[in-house]
Design a protein around this ligand. Structure first.
Ligand code: NOJ
Length: 747
């Protein structure tokens, strides 16, 4: 120990100082370069840097605009030759030779497609997500893309909202951890590495709170909610080094975010010290007219620049109106300069001035290790929600299987939303995997039954039923096509679309065991169908390698370890639904009145009644954090380092987790707290830590977490970060509804 303090520690301190001095020097150097360049720029060239425009290829029009210095960033060009040619014009034929920043929505893979982000969240494995995002960056940058519009960090509590699939679910802590991992993976160690992909935390902020789950809709969010629920993932993204942020389409409390000064200038820049670039969403500046916030495009440009939006995506209002606004003294040139500075600084940091071109080399697309990582991620993203009589994994005794359902062989749809570059010809579907890996040993009776998820035509039903009857077990692959979730694809009915429910019912009538596997962009309402099936394996759209991943799970080559990143509803009418809700003045408890029990012409009574639905009850179908395994885990021996702490102490909390089954498997151990009394009421549970551990059969492990005072703080409605003394409960367990319970007092 002495040696540590005498020799090792000083070395660490010295090296850390050296690195931070190095960074400081490099940043100063970049700042100097930025100032030199800025001082040479005309107003038109400055405004040009604030313009992001969609690709129109290598056309005269584009070349002309670049030559004039009218474009700072190009969106959606992925042909490396075109990128290099356009870049050459910028470097050699524009007056100052400022490189273009090429951007693309690379959301869950470029060519090798990983599970949709909500599926990735279900892995509860940030390391895996970081590794996958690195692969995505390597593939995307090899095509010349240096900026992606991901990760999406919008907390979403409504399965109707199509974009719930693009984020990491309903919980601020899980979203923060997964978001930071994605950012680190995209950006890599150094931004100036040609394989570094600049991340963009979006959509700032509150977009997921859209009224009724209707995309782009209004949000009304209190200070307490904004600060404790919607903003933390963005703060974590800034801390993780995200280079850029995108503002969202929605308004919060009457102010559209593209013109929201308090959000961008006050919180993001002043409070969090973010010095990266803020980009608008597509047309979102101009849409302030539709919101009824400004009267014309000029006012929109004025409001956005004043609020702190640096770059105008596709709207061209900056291009057309900033010069005039400046002439009329409605904006200051320093505002334009600051925005230009932030954009140039990133271009320098990315090394674009020295290294503007993409080196065209042997393709890295779909490399074996990329596919292997995509498969591993799909495995860890699948959640086992029902497994009656341990029917899964399938026994070796099974000789024949019926493969039924529209998602069994849907190479396009299993990829999920926001896939522009991944090709379905590379997708490996469950059917293809089954045939390749088990075709010689098993009789595989395949009848799709329905050709796509919305298909209403029942003419294959009889054939599907016959296939089921002729088989030992049925694998029913249902779900949603990829186009039924994602941007602008909200649904009011979130059950299995088309005639899938009817088909499933017909198959169940055969009496054969049915394994239901669902691939979807949201938690699908399955309440009525669940009793018809023996097992339910839920996979969000699992990507390129979804087939091999699911088949390995079904046959037990590997064990499910995914856990729900959202609360799984019984019925759509429960939306919004989330585990970390408030207790209310009338929390439901004990026997609840149900719709069936109410006597005819019963008189109005409300005394003793509580907050729940007569027809859906109080509980979800499955709680947040839930997921089964092929083994069982026992939690015991909860220990707290103290039962009373002060606001300066850390609390160490541990328990023993034992694998009591006979398979090696991974378990996500989760720590929740409840602050019992607050000057602003606190949620009934809040996730504060988790760890995914792997245990051999019979093995035990002590899992320890540290709760810091910061984890016990919250923001009140006066926007103060407070740590309030009082009683806390805590739980360590396998999901948000179960666990060992302890308590402590904060003095
Ligand atoms: C609109 C979407 O809201 C955003 O997420 C996306 O990055 C941009 N379009 C660019 O495609």
């Amino acid at each position: 120990m002495k040696r540590f303090f005498k020799t090792v520690l000083p070395k660490i301190v010295f090296l850390t100082l050296l690195v931070s001095c190095g960074n400081l020097k490099e940043n100063n150097l970049i700042d100097k370069k930025v100032e030199d360049l800025l001082s040479q720029m005309t107003l038109e060239e400055k405004i040009g840097q604030l313009v992001q425009q969609t690709t129109i290829g290598y056309t005269d029009n584009m070349i002309g605009q670049i030559k004039q210095g009218n474009i700072g960033s190009i969106l959606n060009e992925v042909d490396p030759d075109v990128i290099n040619n356009l870049q050459k014009v910028a470097m050699e034929e524009s007056r100052l030779g400022i490189p273009i920043l090429f951007a693309r929505d690379v959301i869950h893979g470029f060519k090798t497609i990983f599970p949709v982000p909500l599926g990735q969240a279900a892995s509860w494995n940030p390391q895996l997500i970081e590794e996958g995002s690195r692969i995505t960056a390597v593939e995307a940058t090899s095509a010349g893309v240096r900026w992606t519009f991901a990760p999406m960090l919008d907390i979403a509590r409504d399965q109707r909202w199509g974009r719930i699939v693009e984020g990491f679910g309903e919980d601020p802590f899980l979203t923060s951890v997964m978001g930071a991992a994605t950012i680190k993976g995209f950006q890599g160690k150094e931004l100036n590495d040609p394989a570094s992909l600049l991340a963009c935390a979006k959509h700032f902020a509150g977009y997921g709170a859209a009224e009724g789950g209707r995309d782009y809709n209004t949000t009304v969010i209190s200070t307490e909610q904004l600060r404790n629920t919607y903003l933390p993932p963005f703060k974590a993204a800034v801390e993780a080094g995200a280079g850029t942020l995108m503002v969202s389409f929605n308004e919060i409390n009457g102010i559209p975010n593209s013109g929201n000064t308090s959000l961008i200038r006050d919180i993001l820049r002043k409070e969090w010290g973010f010095d990266g670039l803020v980009v608008s969403d597509w047309n979102s500046i101009g849409e302030m007219l539709n919101h009824g916030y400004v009267e014309n495009p000029e006012q929109a440009a004025e409001a956005a620049l004043k609020a702190g939006v640096d770059m105008d995506m596709e709207n061209h209002v900056y291009l057309h109106h900033l010069a005039r606004l400046l002439k009329e003294n409605r904006i200051k040139e320093s505002m334009i300069d600051d925005a230009v500075r932030r954009i140039l600084r990133l271009k320098f940091k990315l090394g674009l001035f020295e290294n503007p071109y993409v080196e065209i080399k042997e393709s890295v697309f779909y490399a074996d290790e990329h596919l292997a990582k995509a498969k591993e991620t799909a495995i860890q993203s699948a959640i086992l929600l029902k497994n009656e009589n341990n029917i899964l994994p399938l026994s070796d005794k099974i000789k024949s299987i019926a493969v039924i359902g529209p998602m069994a062989d849907a190479p396009h749809d299993q990829l999920g939303t926001w896939v522009f570059d991944g090709e379905k010809s590379h997708t490996v579907t469950p059917l293809a995997t089954l045939r390749a890996e088990y075709g010689s040993r098993l009789k595989i009776n395949y009848v799709a039954g329905l050709n796509y998820s919305r298909d209403l035509d029942n003419k294959q039903f009889a054939q599907a039923v016959a296939a089921a009857k002729a088989s030992d077990v049925v694998l029913f692959f249902g779900g949603e096509e990829s186009i039924l979730s994602g941007e602008a694809h909200s649904r009011a009915d979130i059950s299995l679309p088309g005639a899938q429910k009817d088909l499933l019912a017909k198959i169940a009538e055969t009496g054969k065991p049915v394994i239901l596997i669902v691939m979807a962009g949201r938690a699908i309402e399955i309440y009525k169908e669940l009793p018809l099936v023996d097992a339910y394996l839920f996979s969000f759209h699992p990507g390129t390698m979804g087939g091999p991943a699911l088949v390995d799970l079904i046959f037990g080559k590997t064990v499910p370890s995914g856990k729900l990143p959202v609360t799984y509803p019984k019925m759509v009418g429960q939306m919004p639904l989330y585990y970390n809700h408030k207790n209310t003045g009338r929390p439901p408890a004990g026997e609840l009145e149900t719709i069936e029990n109410i006597p005819l012409e019963a008189g109005q009574v409300s005394l003793g009644n509580t907050s729940y639905y007569l027809d859906a009850g109080k509980d979800p179908l499955f709680p947040f954090g839930y997921g089964l395994s092929y083994t069982t885990f026992e939690y015991s021996d909860l220990k707290l380092s103290a039962t009373e702490i002060t606001g300066k102490d850390n609390l160490r909390v541990s328990c023993t987790v034992k694998n009591t089954g006979n398979r090696e498997a991974a378990e996500v151990v989760q720590l929740y707290i409840r602050d019992l009394v607050g000057s602003v009421t606190r949620p009934v549970k809040e996730l504060k830590a988790f760890d995914k551990i792997t245990l051999k059969a019979g093995e035990s492990q002590t899992v320890e977490f540290t709760l810091t005072p910061d984890a016990l703080k919250f923001r009140n409605n006066q926007n103060q970060q407070v740590l309030e003394p009082g009683n806390f409960n805590l739980w360590i367990g396998p999901n948000s509804a179960e666990g060992l319970k302890g308590a402590f007092i904060l003095k």
